[in-house]
Design a protein around this ligand. Structure first.
Ligand code: SAH
Length: 374
């Protein structure tokens, strides 16, 4: 993340060691760099400073040098929508013009920020709007951390509050497949979890995957955050269609990885996400098979009403079908809430706002007068 007017690099997204190295490039002596890196860390991630000027514990001459060579860094807010139900949605734009969404869903005494991990997504899940967007690239750690800093700027949660936060939880459940961009996601989450900065504990972070099986063990070992699995179907024939990644990592292999996931005790249950598609995956037989599949895994099941988008090949299940499905799962001893849609008025369904923005630009381009020849 640089700024538009000069190519000064951003400091957000760097580890403490990388910050110290960056300081080395502007001739901060090695023996001082570590201490200065800690000061920067405090200002950037604990206080939320966006300008070196504000960093009053750092000497004036060093602040001036920092200002000449770096920016702190924030994504540009292309659009910010606030729903009547309090949900915030941002369309953020990065240096190369690429855009992603992030969504903050406040509840009474807490709230979750939904982070994107990629521009677009390669997985082409049939029900997901993001999968229809063609351009795909990984977000950098700075671009992922930038989403957290941006949300905190908006709600004014600086310095990092000890408790009573609106942004209390993080879910990596936005655009993209986080386990196809593991390194940057891991780096960003390590920054978010650091106690001397943003300080959101691993118990309040959930990473959602469509099921990149070989990476699940790594997540458990290195991050030990909560795991959510986008299951959506209980038979391989159907899951191959809904979540094509299933052809590579079928249901049995996925559930085996879940059984081995550390901390999947009752205190730390795995969340299975299940999108409710009318007459596709929502029968009582599907519910019973789901219960059979997850037997023995400390789990909860999130039933997600399908959020339709223009041209979507599915419809949302009826309320009666969802209630019957939830009841079967619930009677088997699993919590099975039906997710309440939030931010309906601001297109909070994944990928929708970005598509609208791309469409609007195409319309504008089409309406623009032709460039005169010669
Ligand atoms: N690639 C990761 C994270 C992004 S998708 C994964 O697959 O888990 C995260 C969730 O978005 C999916 O589980 C799905 O429940 C939800 N989702 C995607 N499209 C949706 C739609 N049209 N309506 C409702 N939920 C949707």
């Amino acid at each position: 993340m640089t700024d538009a007017t000069s190519p000064r690099p951003a400091l957000i997204g760097l580890t403490r060691d990388e910050l110290a190295l960056a300081l080395g490039t502007i001739d901060v002596p090695a023996k001082e760099a570590r201490m200065r890196a800690n000061q920067l860390w405090h200002w950037i991630y604990y206080r939320g400073a966006t300008r070196f000027d504000a960093m009053t514990s750092i000497s004036k001459p060093l602040r001036t040098r920092l200002e000449a060579h770096f920016i702190v860094g924030r994504p540009a807010v292309e659009r910010h929508l606030l729903s009547v139900d309090g949900t915030h949605k941002w369309l953020l734009k990065f240096d190369d013009g690429q855009e992603v969404e992030s969504v903050l869903i406040p509840e009474t005494d807490r709230g979750a920020l939904c982070l994107s991990s990629q521009v677009g997504c390669t997985l082409t899940c049939k029900f997901c709007h993001t999968g229809t967007q063609r351009l795909v690239r990984n977000l950098t750690a700075a671009e992922i951390v930038g989403q957290i800093l941006n949300a905190r700027d908006t709600i004014g949660e600086w310095p990092s509050p000890a408790g009573g936060r609106i942004l209390s939880n993080i879910v990596v459940m936005g655009m993209g497949e986080p386990l196809y961009n593991y390194e940057n996601v891991a780096k960003a989450l390590a920054i978010a979890m650091d106690n001397e900065g943003i300080a959101i504990s691993r118990r309040r972070i959930t990473l959602s995957t469509a099921g990149v099986v070989p990476m699940i063990e790594t997540v458990g070992r290195e991050l030990a955050v909560g795991l959510a699995i986008s299951l959506h179907a209980v038979r391989d024939e159907l899951r191959d269609v809904l979540v094509p990644l299933n052809k590579k990592y079928p249901i049995a292999a996925l559930l085996e990885a879940c059984r081995r996931y550390p901390g999947s005790s009752n205190a730390r249950r795995i969340t299975f996400e299940y999108i409710m598609l009318k007459d596709v995956n929502d029968s009582p037989a599907d519910a019973r098979e789901l219960v059979r599949l997850i037997a023995g895994i400390p789990a909860k099941v999130n039933l997600i009403p399908f959020n339709a988008w223009p041209g979507a090949p599915y419809e949302c299940s009826t309320p009666a079908a969802m209630a019957a499905f939830a009841d079967i799962v619930n009677r088997a001893g699993y919590s099975s809430p039906i997710r309440t849609p939030r931010g309906r008025d601001i297109m909070a369904a994944c990928g929708q706002l970005k598509s609208e923005s791309v469409k609007a630009r195409r319309l504008l381009a089409a309406a623009a007068p032709p460039i005169p020849a010669g």
